[in-house]
Write a protein that binds this ligand. Structure first.
Ligand SMILES: [Zn+2]
Length: 214
């Protein structure tokens, strides 16, 4: 193999495990979502397209180069692979990228599509994200329009990150959510924190609607 086989195997096992966890949370319906882990400066392991994310095995993980090309594999990665490799190319510190299709990210990103961001403010859980040390802050989580033109979307994300380097996740309207981290556990922590924030945002809106109606 072109990379350290042990490293690839460990990455594949860890991806399967995170898949089971994220599926169990209900964030990866109907074979959606994709997960990757960087192996070294030129290669990453990523989920094959169309696999059930709660039932991944090591055979469902393939090696790609950072141009998204499959290496020594008949498996195909998702069309969204470029959103992973774009992040790896722009920042060596990024070691894992997780993409999910949760109900909350999907609904909120549609609701705030015109505004272009979801604002979350004054939550203790914000401290689970890098460089945030107090709840007394806010985040504008960007929303990009959904498209099947992933190369263009990847460029848009890249440009946004150039202008907003302290970003650790974004939504695609009516589609889902991307986050990343300097290892798989960090990326998983981020996804849990963002999903918690999405759920709070929706619940607060629901309760406000009810109290306004009464
Ligand atoms: Zn997707």
């Amino acid at each position: 193999m072109i990379v350290n086989e042990m490293m690839f195997q460990t990455a594949a096992q860890n991806i399967c495990e995170v898949g089971r966890f994220l599926y169990s949370k209900g964030w990866c319906p109907a074979t959606s979502s994709n997960f990757s882990v960087r192996i070294d400066q030129d290669y990453a392991a990523i989920t094959a397209s169309g696999k059930h994310k709660g039932e991944l095995t090591e055979e469902d993980i393939l090696l790609i180069d950072l141009n998204g090309k499959a290496i020594q594999s008949n498996l195909k990665s998702s069309a969204e692979t470029f959103l992973h490799t774009g992040l790896y190319q722009r920042d060596k510190a990024i070691k894992s990228v997780l993409h999910t299709h949760s109900v909350n990210a999907t609904v909120l990103s549609r609701l705030y599509e015109k505004q272009g961001f979801i604002r979350v403010e004054d939550f203790e859980v914000l401290k689970a994200l890098p460089n945030i040390e107090t709840h007394e802050t806010f985040l504008n989580i960007p929303i990009f329009l959904n498209t099947q033109d992933i190369a263009t979307l990847s460029k848009e994300v890249d440009q946004y990150l150039d202008n907003n380097p302290h970003t650790f996740g974004y939504c695609i309207a009516g589609h889902g959510f991307y986050t990343w981290g300097n290892n798989l556990n960090a990326a998983r922590r981020h996804i849990e924190a963002f999903e918690f924030l999405f759920e709070c945002a929706i619940l607060e809106m629901q309760l406000q609607c009810k109290s306004n109606a009464s």
